[in-house]
Design a protein around this ligand. Structure first.
Ligand SMILES: [Zn+2]
Length: 161
């Protein structure tokens, strides 16, 4: 069995989690998992005869990039220089009057396709989930129309929520 461990800390989803709560990343079969629990669930999935395909860490755009009116020039593209009395190009929006804001993505743990063609997106509950997970979950469900499956380990059993 090819099993390696290393400390996590680079992925955005674990950025704000204190070090003591960070899960240890695990590599198995050349694939990287966020935690031992995630790997254990992957191995569980692989044994299910109805599972046809397992995709790791599928990404979803849950909020599109958007534009807002520039707060410095209030959308006017220019600002008054009080010393000279001149109208100068707004430096914050570079004279566009609008500013572009980044969207938001959600990275789930697994996308599973079953032999009957049905697809599920699964998040394994663990210490690595970010504080804004409830918001990401709602946006994911609104954007995709799919109900996110939350899986939690209880003893040797896997609970689906
Ligand atoms: Zn501006």
């Amino acid at each position: 069995m090819n099993l390696q461990k290393r400390r996590t800390g680079t992925r955005a989803r674990t950025k704000r989690v204190p070090r003591k709560f960070q899960a240890t990343k695990v590599t198995f079969d050349g694939r990287e998992f966020d935690s031992k629990t995630e790997l254990a669930y992957y191995l569980h999935l692989r044994l299910l005869p109805e599972v046809e395909q397992i995709e790791l860490q599928p990404q979803f755009q849950i909020l599109s990039p958007y534009e807002v009116e520039c707060k410095r020039c209030r959308g006017n593209r220019q600002v008054l220089n009080r010393k000279t009395g001149n109208l100068n190009q707004c430096s914050l929006c570079k004279g566009k009057g609008k500013r572009e804001k980044a969207g938001m993505t959600y990275t789930a743990d697994f996308r599973v396709t079953y032999t009957d063609g049905y697809t599920e997106v699964i998040d394994v509950k663990g210490f690595s989930s970010s504080r804004d997970f409830p918001v990401r979950r709602r946006l994911f469900e609104k954007m995709t129309g799919m109900e996110l499956i939350i899986v939690e380990r209880k003893g040797k059993e896997w609970l689906r929520k």
